[in-house]
Design a protein around this ligand. Structure first.
Ligand SMILES: *[C@@H]1O[C@H](CO)[C@@H](O)[C@H](O)[C@H]1NC(C)=O
Ligand SMILES: *[C@@H]1O[C@H](CO)[C@@H](O)[C@H](O)[C@H]1NC(C)=O
Ligand SMILES: *[C@@H]1O[C@H](CO)[C@@H](O)[C@H](O)[C@H]1NC(C)=O
Ligand SMILES: *[C@@H]1O[C@H](CO)[C@@H](O)[C@H](O)[C@H]1NC(C)=O
Ligand SMILES: *[C@@H]1O[C@H](CO)[C@@H](O)[C@H](O)[C@H]1NC(C)=O
Ligand SMILES: *[C@@H]1O[C@H](CO)[C@@H](O)[C@H](O)[C@H]1NC(C)=O
Length: 572
């Protein structure tokens, strides 16, 4: 029956794709207006070439999700048996029907397509605006971002021939108006006070400057170098942010006198990315080298030579890593979008499912949860606290929030940071691994009665962050100057470093790396190995923000790492 239907569908397609009869075009994606901040300035030049991505329907993405949970859940018999690229491809490759339908449509229109993913579920085509307008019944136009003057070519609507709608997820970039990425923390110059390691209690200097020594004490992070060269930590860098060797050396010489200050990192580039050494930005990413002692670090730098300025780099980087034989066992990304709605649902789901693939292949994917209260120093309307950030809300990544407040309150070790973003997704439903936690948290905030029940957050959405780590007064070196930064973009590399060190010990013991972390973190063993951060809210929005609580909360997730306890929990 299935065969007959699809056979009939492909016959139909061939018939309708012929130039003789009028095609029935169906609107595939549309929006009423460009996103705020963009204005339509002119029609796009007819001859200008567009590079478009076509996301094809994957044959069994839910099957892959089932496999991912089987290999990531500590109670499963096949826990840690990560999938091979071929096994993943079996789930994500399009069906023969999809391939046949799309390729005959493209070849009827004299368009060459090249696959950009190993499973062939995403294609790239290059066609002039005039042809794109015709092919997709679209009106590609020039839109200007008012604040930066940057121009992009987009359409507010596009259509597909009716028989193709079941085979194509989306064309990209078409209706997306992604704003510039949100990440760069504000650097505050100032010479650090040194924390002396070796004592059990945290030195007071850690209150004003959080150094590697402070973090090692606070989280019981070992200082002995990792031994396994195959276990690498990937640090994602996007447009205009670089890792600087001189600054790293100055940092290590000051704060890690016990290791070689010339320790360096490998570089992997894409989309024309580079890592110029004459420029430096708040390079918190290089921090991983100061914490994940001896773990080989790869700085993965995406340039802006991609299909759409900001999101294109995310897609390209993940496709590169899926196809990479030296895939890192941990990937940390300190960049994201302030609002989930900056990205169309179709694209968000596709990107999130790419992280699912990376998790199934055995890579732990961590993201900064986002700085909701303050973004680039500019307070967001309503403190931004109810605005879910992306990719932080993707259920297949580990979202890391920020803490601070060391030694500030008697008997309380850490508190959630005022800027840390958390909340509930409008795009992704609650995953099973956190269902009980989210229900308990709703019961808690209902009992407080301070958050009005007026639909300001989504009670069916995936809760984030999952965990947290220090993100205030983080000591770094920028352009030779010592100073501090704050933000969840510091917290994610710190938590990722802890995971990388655990992986090193696991590999040394002949065990598999941790892979997708969340089912483990939310398990009773996982959560018991984290320091539950019970306090923290957004003081600027006293009646608006989420509150900390025992157990999981939408400020600090399950809490911060305790390396000693995590070691035991992962079976070391
Ligand atoms: C799909 O096509 C390939 C290559 O032509 C073939 O080997 C495979 O059997 C086909 N799969 C199905 C389900 O028809
Ligand atoms: C994947 O990697 C292989 C070699 O490692 C390369 O030949 C192939 O072109 C890559 N595929 C994609 C889609 O990038
Ligand atoms: C420190 O690291 C650099 C770069 O890897 C290396 O050239 C140098 O020999 C190392 N120094 C020592 C003392 O190990
Ligand atoms: C850094 O070097 C590159 C390439 O040599 C050059 O294009 C760029 O302008 C330089 N930047 C600064 C800040 O000097
Ligand atoms: C709330 O989240 C669910 C699950 O992701 C989603 O289906 C629904 O559309 C969301 N509601 C709103 C108002 O965005
Ligand atoms: C961290 O874990 C160790 C071992 O389980 C435990 O002794 C210690 O008290 C924990 N630290 C904190 C701050 O809970």
């Amino acid at each position: 029956m299935v065969l007959a239907t699809s056979f009939f569908a492909s016959l139909l397609l061939v018939a309708t794709a012929k130039p003789m009869g009028p095609r029935t075009m169906v609107v595939h994606e549309s929006r009423a207006a460009p996103a705020e901040g963009f204005v339509q300035s002119a029609a796009a030049p007819a001859e200008q070439e567009l590079t478009l991505r076509i996301a094809l329907k994957q044959n069994n993405i839910f099957g892959l999700q089932t496999e991912l949970y089987k290999v990531s859940d500590p109670v499963s018999e096949i826990y840690g048996k990560h999938l091979t690229l071929e096994e993943v491809a079996k789930f994500v490759k399009p069906t023969n029907d999809t391939l046949a339908a799309v390729s005959s449509w493209l070849s009827d229109n004299n368009i060459n397509a090249k696959p950009v993913t190993p499973a062939g579920d995403m294609l790239e085509i290059k066609i002039p605006v005039s042809q794109a307008n015709d092919l997709l019944s679209a009106q590609f136009s020039v839109f200007t971002h008012s604040k930066t003057g940057k121009t992009i070519i987009r359409t507010l609507q596009y259509s597909l021939p009716a028989p193709l709608t079941q085979h194509v997820e989306f064309f990209h970039p078409t209706t997306i108006f992604a704003p510039p990425l949100n990440s760069r923390p504000k650097f505050v110059a100032g010479r650090a006070k040194r924390a002396t390691p070796g004592s059990d209690t945290l030195p007071d200097s850690c209150t004003s400057t959080m150094t590697p020594a402070c973090l090692q004490l606070l989280y019981n992070i070992p200082t002995a170098p990792a031994t396994q060269k195959s276990n690498t930590l990937g640090v994602a860098g996007f447009i205009d942010q670089w890792a600087n060797q001189e600054d790293l050396t100055a940092f290590l010489a000051s704060f890690r006198k016990d290791i070689n200050s010339s320790t360096t990192f490998a570089l992997e580039t894409l989309d024309g990315g580079s890592n110029p050494q004459n420029r430096s930005q708040a390079g918190v990413e290089a921090y991983t080298i100061g914490i994940a002692t001896g773990v080989p670090v790869t700085f993965i730098s995406a340039g802006d030579d991609n299909s759409d300025d900001s999101l294109g780099g995310f897609l390209d980087m993940i496709h590169l890593l899926i196809n990479d034989t030296n895939r890192p066992s941990v990937l940390t990304t300190s960049y994201g979008f302030t609002a989930e709605t900056d990205i169309p649902l179709s694209v968000a789901i596709n990107l999130c499912n790419s992280y699912m693939q990376l998790g199934a292949l055995g890579t732990s994917v961590l993201f900064a949860s986002g700085d909701g209260g303050v973004s680039g120093g500019i307070p967001q309307t309503g403190c931004g606290i109810y605005i879910p950030a992306f990719p932080a809300t993707c259920p297949f990544i580990t979202s890391v929030g920020s803490t601070g407040g060391i030694n500030q309150f008697p008997g309380i070790s850490e508190v959630g940071s005022s800027f840390t973003s958390g909340g509930f997704s409008n795009y992704f439903p609650i995953p099973d691994y956190q269902a009980k936690d989210v229900a308990a948290y709703f019961a808690f905030i209902d009992s407080l009665g301070t958050i009005p029940e007026d639909g300001r957050f989504n009670r069916s959405g995936r809760g984030f962050p999952d965990v947290s780590a220090q993100g205030e007064n983080i000591e770094i070196v920028v352009d030779g100057q010592f100073g501090t930064v704050a933000g969840t973009s510091c917290s994610s590399p710190i938590f990722a470093s802890v995971v990388a060190l655990l992986n090193d010990e696991l590999v040394a013991a002949g065990k598999p790396t941790l892979g997708f972390l969340n089912p483990f973190l939310y398990s009773s063993a996982g959560r018991a190995a984290l320091n539950d951060v019970m306090f923290g809210d957004n003081p600027g929005c006293a009646t608006d923000g989420f509150f900390g609580n025992t157990g999981w909360d939408a400020v600090t997730g399950l809490g911060t790492p305790n390396y000693t306890a995590l070691r035991t929990a992962v079976g070391l």
